[in-house]
Design a protein around this ligand. Structure first.
Ligand code: NDP
Length: 405
C-alpha cells in the first residue's frame, strides 16, 4: 500500500527534508508539509514542483497544540511524522504520535522555552507509551546528533573491540558574507553556544565556562580551525551505548567575528530568555534578536565553503591500540544547487530523511523510543553514500592526532 509522510516544520531543515523525501517518493508516497506559517510550506512545495516535478500537499498546524496535531496526523493519513519544527515542540508531537499510533522522528533534543537546557529525560520517559502504542520513535536523526551517533556505532562494529575516547568534531567553514548570522534557528543556536560547556570523563560530567577550552584541529579538505568544547546532546546517549568508553567531548568551530558579536550581544543582555518590559510591551530579548538576524533559510544562495563533521575515536582492537577518524565533507554551494539550502540545513535534513526511510522500509524496526546508535549502522552508512553525504574513514596510529595546537 502507498505510504504517507507528514513533515512538520518548514524552515531550512524542513525544506531539505521535503525535497529529499520527494526525491525518494517510492518510499515516502504522498507527502504533506505542515507548519505554523503555511506560506513557507507553499513556497517549498512550489520549488519542489518546479525542480523535480512532484506535487506535495501543504497545511497549517500549530505544533504546540496536541488536538491540532492529532487532526493533522489523522487527516494526512501519515505512516510517519518527521518533526523538523523546533525542539520546544518535541513532546507535543511525540504525544500526538502515541495517541494516533504513528511513528515519530526528530533531529533535536527537547528543550523547554524557559530553560536553556536540553536532555533526553522527558523523551526517554515516553518509551513505555511508544511501546503501548506499538510505534517507533527515533530521536536525533540529524547530523549531530544523528550521523555522529551512527559513525560511533559503525566504528564500534567494524574497527574496535572497545572505544576508549571519542571527540566529535563539527567544523563549518562556510562564509555567508554577513558579519553575524546563524546557520540554523538563531534562538536554538545561540542558547546552545552561549551555555556552559560540558564533557564526560571516567563516569562523570565535567563543566567548563562557555568557550573555555579551545583546540586547533586540522580538518581534511578545510585545514586547521579554532574549535571550542561545547555540551552536545548526543553525548548523553552515547555514554549509555558505547562499550568501554572513558571520555567523550564535542568540539565546534567558530570564527572570531561570530564570537565577538556573540560576546557583545550577551554583555548587553540580548541573549536573555526571560521577558523584559519595553515601552509597556513584554519582549524576550533573544526572540527579538532572532527577528533581526537573517533567516537561516535565506543564507543558502550566499554561502560558500565547506562543512566537515566527524568523530575521532581511540580504542583497542585485538589488544592493539588504534585511532579511527570518520568524517563527511559537504560543500554549501553544491547543497544549494541541489535543494536550494545551505550545507547546515542539508547535512541535517538528509539524515532525517534517511532515518525515516529506514523505518518505512522496515530496515530499522522497534517499538519504543530509540537513539540512533542502537541500530545496525550499515544500512544508514550505505544510504549516506547514495543520498548526498558520502563519508570517509582514516585509520591512524595509536598516538597520531589531528590537533595542531
Ligand atoms: P527554522 O527556525 O528555520 O525552522 C523551524 C520551523 O518550525 C519554521 O518553519 C517554524 O515556523 C516551524 N515552527 C516553529 N514553531 C512551530 C509551531 N509551534 N508549530 C508549527 N511549526 C512551528 O529552524 P531550522 O530548520 O534551522 O531547524 C529545524 C530543527 O532542526 C530545529 O529543531 C533544530 O534544532 C534542528 N537542527 C538539528 C541539527 C542536527 O544536526 N541534529 C542541526 C541543525 C538544526 P515559522 O516559519 O512560523 O516560524
Amino acid at each position: 500500500m502507498n505510504k504517507k509522510t507528514l513533515i512538520i516544520g518548514a524552515g531550512g531543515v524542513g525544506n531539505v527534508v521535503a525535497f529529499k523525501c520527494a526525491m525518494n517518493s517510492d518510499t515516502f508516497g504522498d507527502i504533506t508539509l505542515a507548519s505554523r506559517t503555511v506560506s513557507k510550506c507553499e513556497t517549498i512545495a512550489k520549488n519542489i514542483q518546479e525542480k523535480i516535478g512532484l506535487h506535495i500537499q501543504t497545511a497549517s498546524v500549530d505544533a504546540d497544540s496536541i488536538p491540532e496535531l492529532i487532526d493533522m496526523i489523522q487527516s494526512s493519513g501519515a505512516d510517519i511524522v518527521i518533526n523538523v519544527a523546533l525542539p520546544y515542540q518535541d513532546l507535543t508531537i511525540m504525544d500526538a504520535c502515541t495517541q494516533t499510533g504513528v511513528n515519530y522522528l526528530d533531529t533535536a533534543n527537547y528543550e523547554h522555552p524557559d530553560t536553556a537546557k536540553f536532555e533526553y529525560k522527558e523523551q526517554w520517559a515516553r518509551d513505555e507509551a511508544f511501546k503501548k502504542s506499538n510505534i517507533m520513535g527515533l530521536l536525533g536523526s540529524g547530523f549531530d546528533p544523528g550521523v555522529t551517533n551512527v559513525f560511533c556505532a559503525y566504528a564500534q562494529k567494524h574497527y574496535f573491540d572497545e572505544i576508549h575516547t571519542i571527540d566529535i568534531l563539527d567544523c563549518n567553514a562556510g562564509d555567508h558574507g554577513y558579519p553575524f548570522a546563524t546557520n540554523f534557528n538563531p534562538e536554538i543556536n545561540l542558547r546552545e553556544v552561549s551555555a556552559k560547556g560540558r564533557y564526560w570523563e571516567q563516569g562523570k560530567w565535567i563543566e567548563t565556562d562557555p568557550m573555555e577550552i579551545k583546540q586547533i584541529w586540522d580538518y581534511p579538505e578545510i585545514g586547521p580551525k579554532d574549535s571550542y568544547l561545547l555540551y552536545h546532546e548526543e553525548m548523553e546517549s552515547l555514554i549509555k551505548h558505547i562499550k568501554g568508553l572513558k571520555r567523550i567531548r564535542f568540539f565546534m568551530t567558530f570564527g572570531e567575528s561570530y564570537l565577538t558579536h556573540m560576546k557583545c550581544l550577551e554583555n548587553v543582555g540580548m541573549l536573555g530568555i526571560k521577558e523584559v518590559e519595553h515601552k509597556g510591551m513584554k519582549i524576550v530579548p533573544l526572540e527579538f534578536l532572532a527577528t533581526l538576524l537573517p533567516d537561516p533559510a535565506s543564507l543558502g544562495s550566499r554561502t560558500k565553503g565547506k562543512t566537515n563533521i566527524g568523530i575521532f575515536a581511540k580504542g583497542i582492537k585485538g589488544g592493539e591500540e588504534k585511532t579511527v577518524y570518520i568524517y563527511q565533507v559537504s560543500d554549501h554551494e553544491k547543497c544549494y544547487a541541489e535543494v536550494l539550502s545551505q550545507g547546515v540545513s542539508y547535512t541535517t535534513g538528509v539524515p532525517a530523511m534517511i532515518g525515516a526511510k529506514l523505518i518505512l522500509e522496515g530496515k530499522w524496526q522497534g517499538k519504543g523510543v530509540f537513539n540512533m546508535e542502537e541500530f545496525d549502522p550499515d544500512p544508514f552508512m550505505d544510504e549516506l553514500n547514495v543520498q548526498g553525504l558520502p563519508w570517509k574513514v582514516i585509520e591512524l596510529g595509536a598516538n597520531e592526532t589531528r590537533i595542531v595546537d
